[in-house]
Design a protein. Structure first.
Length: 335
């Protein structure tokens, strides 16, 4: 039997669709294990997401090499960013970023800017929720803000991850909008922040959903509002009474503050287009898995994704927003 050339190509394409691994389509792929740098501590949102990605890649055999998560949290993540910045041309190193991509260099003056890295993929945007202990009488942000004002400046304690980073920026934004004044208490990671609130050592937090969902489900914490611009789409009940969708947006509940945090991937400077494309394709496969969709729902993520120029443009716009927020809060190094 003789195949025409076009028929042979069609058969090969059909086989490649069924057995993609047998037909590697990449101009470049990793030749050794990939270091996955996490510029944050263990147990927080970035750490949980990076380790979920590691598990998905391994379970679905999405690459021949392994992904190795490595926490480099020193200096509010500066250790991780500088490590990747200094690994110019190394395609076996990627980093997951959060807003400390902007906040750390602005607050500390560390010699790093996001333009020192190569943007690869926005995976999602992470939300923040205003949480209180479930034993308290507060059911709305208004209730809590009124109580904070009544108690007097600095009497109510707001717990958060790190200093001059996202949680404290949101706290200052709340103060500026409402006139309430909190004492901000920094902790090393979001997991610790949630346990401090359960223990009554702080009065409120603005933890990411994934960092406090277990304590909410257990009935220890109460969400008052979410800092997104619209209600979360997830309608499956988390507790016996509430879903993520049931939490009002802070703006609609009378607290005029919104804030979303980047969960994205960058590579070192000096890598090739083919190397970037390999990871863009890899993360597309990760984001198509049922495990990823479950993670998005359980962590109540905003599922906006971007790559290429759109991603770089978004990051540039967010950098300028963070500059304004941090200037207003007096958080810029040497200000």
């Amino acid at each position: 039997m003789h195949y025409s050339r076009s028929r042979a190509v069609a058969v090969a394409a059909a086989l490649a669709a069924v057995f993609p691994a047998a037909f590697p389509a990449h101009a470049w792929e990793p030749t050794k294990n990939v270091e996955f740098i996490i510029p944050a501590g263990t147990g927080g949102g970035a750490d949980q997401m990076a380790r979920a990605i590691q598990g998905i890649v391994a379970k679905h055999n999405l690459m021949k090499q392994s992904v190795l998560p490595i926490n480099k949290a020193g200096g509010a993540g500066a250790e991780g960013f500088l490590d990747v910045k200094n690994a110019s041309g190394d395609p076996h190193k990627i980093i997951i970023t959060l807003s400390n991509l902007f906040t750390t260099p602005l607050a500390t003056g560390v010699p790093f800017n996001w333009r020192d890295l190569t943007p690869v993929q926005m995976l999602a945007l992470d939300n923040f929720v205003l949480w209180v202990n479930a034993k308290t009488p507060y059911n709305t942000p208004k209730d809590y803000i009124e109580a904070a004002k009544k108690a007097g400046p600095g009497k109510m304690k707001m717990g958060g991850t790190g200093a001059k980073q996202e949680d404290q920026i949101i706290t200052v934004a709340i103060e500026q909008k409402t006139g309430a004044k909190f004492t901000y208490i920094p902790f090393k990671g979001g997991g610790l922040v949630a346990t401090q609130l359960v223990g009554g050592h702080v009065d409120s937090t603005v933890n990411n959903p994934i960092e406090a969902v277990a304590q909410w489900r257990a009935g220890s914490l109460r969400p008052l509002c979410v800092f997104d611009t619209k209600r979360l789409p997830y309608e499956k009940k988390v507790t016996d009474k509430m879903s993520w969708h049931d939490i009002p947006v802070c703006k609609e509940a009378g607290l005029d503050v919104d804030y979303l945090m980047l969960r994205g991937i960058f590579m070192p400077p000096g890598v090739t287009k083919d190397q970037v494309q390999y990871y863009v394709d890899l993360f597309k496969k990760v984001m198509a898995t049922p495990e990823w969709k479950t993670l998005m729902e359980e962590g109540a993520f905003n599922t906006t994704t971007l790559n290429g120029k759109e991603y770089a443009d978004w990051v540039a716009k967010e950098e300028s927003r963070h500059m304004q927020l941090m200037k207003a809060a007096g958080f810029i190094a040497g200000q």
